[in-house]
Design a protein around this ligand. Structure first.
Ligand code: NAD
Length: 518
């Protein structure tokens, strides 16, 4: 553990920018070594609760990125030959190391991303679950067989790794999203070049160190840094065969077009506007608490945040109760024990959020709970917006049309379940949705008719566990195969189907129990 701490400190501190000599610079991780970048441009990583600069991310040079892709390509030659059982065991080691170092990763997340420490622990845990899944990936990589297709002819298929894969990550889940990507890819026999968000790379760097300690060989996992240039490199580099992206629609659609244009596989999870339908027979107390948590928690910076609520019939009376619940949420630094709402990621995100709230009001919305201009004692320079509710919104109000990515609940009203389903289905996004009701038939109708990939029934944030996949749909995804689960494994593997004709009958006997791959 001590060795790890030293290692992590080194990742940040050994390189110093010439211009700001006191600010540590994040290193690249290439071919098993944490190395200083020769970059000439850097991006500040700030603590969003104070806007203090914590460290700086280099814009990795072209040469460094080529080195990363090149050594990943070379490492693929040997890593793909390692039996899957052994690759699984590396993940088995990694899950223990991630578990043991959860606190350190979570503290890095709270510092750089701003979410509360308990929420940051959840960020690590939901990623850890994918490492656990990867520890038993072998059965998901199995092909299919069909015997005796003609006299002496059998057919069988394998799923083989693709080669070098890459992950481009968003800022909002600095541990969970990288852990959706590289554990599945490398356990399937691929190698990986990861690019964490330039806003909060710390968690990925700790994970790289832990992966190395777990037994991931040199060159199998690499980390480069930067913004557009790094993204363009990943889209274009001929060694990289598949790109996993999570982030906003502008970047994701661009990466999908450029990556697939170069003949690569691209899975891109994009933005969201998740709708909740509340029916009058729902349990009011449970609904009030669940909706406040799902809209305002993590300062609304979750792709599965419940940012839109459709109140059916008399449930619009519950808006006042939710506003009262929201008022109880304390806004402040994610390190403070009693805080529920941390800062937004940047001053620009805060300004955008406040601007949308103002415009939504100008366009006719009411604001029974207004988090603009909140000042947090001791963190006066932070990017805070308090819980906010916009009510009486029409579907052309900016509070509805934009993904705000802040602690803002946009409230619509409907006369019936049918109308609520129609509104939800007319929205371009299809990431998540939910219904609160005690009626089985209403829930059944909703789940059947709703055109959204992840549905909660009395569950506000229905993120599927790893044995399923993360199945956002419509404008919330580009590409055909979802992250993790069976689809995630399919994305990082290709099928090879063999048709054989063996009429040879030799001595295939042997008295010893086979112990392959030991
Ligand atoms: P973002 O799109 O700004 O950044 C994501 C990544 O893309 C970063 O690594 C960044 O360097 C790169 N990037 C940004 N702009 C780019 C551009 N114009 N061209 C090329 N590359 C670019 O996203 P973000 O702000 O970090 O994350 C928030 C977004 O991510 C929200 O829209 C949220 O809904 C979405 N998200 C979706 C899911 C999901 O599973 N659907 C999960 C988490 C976050």
């Amino acid at each position: 553990m001590l060795a790890l701490r030293k290692g992590v400190a080194n990742i940040r501190s050994s390189a110093r920018s010439k211009k700001f000599s006191s600010v540590p610079v994040i290193q690249n991780f290439i071919n098993g070594k944490f190395v200083d970048s020769s970059a000439t441009s850097f991006i500040d990583v700030t603590n969003p609760a104070t806007n203090e600069v914590i460290c700086r991310v280099p814009e990795s040079t072209r040469h460094e990125m080529e080195e990363a892709a090149g050594c990943a390509q070379e490492a693929f030659g040997t890593w793909r030959e390692v039996p899957v059982q052994q690759r699984q065991r590396v993940m088995f080691n990694l899950q223990k190391l991630v578990r043991d170092n959860t606190e350190e990763i979570a503290r890095s997340i709270t510092l750089e991303q701003g979410k509360t420490l308990p929420d940051a622990r959840g960020d690590v845990f939901r990623g850890l679950e994918i490492v656990e899944m990867s520890s038993a990936l072998g059965h998901l990589m199995m092909g299919e067989t069909q015997g005796n297709l003609s006299t002496g002819i059998d057919s069988y298929s394998y799923r083989e790794p693709l080669g070098v894969t890459s992950g481009i990550c968003p800022f909002n889940f600095p541990a969970m999203i990288p852990l959706w990507m590289f554990p599945v890819a490398i356990t399937a026999g691929n190698t990986s070049v990861m690019k964490p968000s330039e806003k909060d790379p710390g968690a990925m760097m700790i994970l790289a160190k832990l992966a190395q300690e777990a037994g991931v060989p040199d060159g199998v996992l690499n980390v480069i840094h930067g913004g557009h240039d790094a993204v363009n490199f990943i889209c274009d580099a001929p060694e990289i065969k598949a790109i996993s992206f999570v982030g906003g629609n502008e970047a994701g659609e661009y990466i999908h077009a450029r990556g697939t244009g170069n003949g690569k596989r691209v899975q891109a999870n994009l933005g969201a506007k998740n709708h909740c339908t509340v029916l009058p027979d729902a349990d009011k107390d449970a609904v009030v608490k669940a909706l406040a948590g799902a809209a305002f928690g993590a300062a609304g910076q979750r792709c599965m945040a419940l940012s839109t609520v459709i109140f059916v019939g008399e449930t619009k009376e519950w808006i006042a109760d939710i506003a009262e619940e929201g008022k109880k949420y304390k806004v402040g630094s994610g390190f403070d024990d009693d805080v529920q709402v941390g800062p937004l990621i940047s001053p620009e995100a805060q300004a955008r959020c406040e601007d949308i709230i103002s415009k939504a009001i100008e366009q006719g919305a009411s604001c029974p709970l207004d988090g603009r201009g909140v000042v947090v004692e001791g963190c006066e320079t932070g990017n805070f917006v308090g819980p906010t509710m916009l009510t009486g919104c029409s579907t052309d109000n900016i509070g509805y049309t934009e993904e705000i990515f802040g602690p803002v609940m946009t409230c619509l009203e409907a006369d019936s379940l049918e109308e609520a389903i129609k509104i939800t289905n007319a929205n371009p996004y299809g990431n998540g949705c939910c219904i609160f009701t005690q009626s089985g038939s209403a829930a059944r109708k909703f789940q059947h008719e709703i055109d959204v990939g992840q549905v909660g029934i009395n569950v506000p944030i229905p993120v599927p566990l790893p044995f399923f996949s993360f199945t956002g749909s419509r404008s919330s995804i580009r590409g055909d195969l979802h992250f993790y689960g069976k689809e995630g494994v399919k994305f990082v593997t290709k099928a090879k189907t063999v048709t054989s004709n063996w009429t040879y009958k030799g001595n295939l006997g042997g008295a010893v129990m086979p112990t392959m791959g030991n």
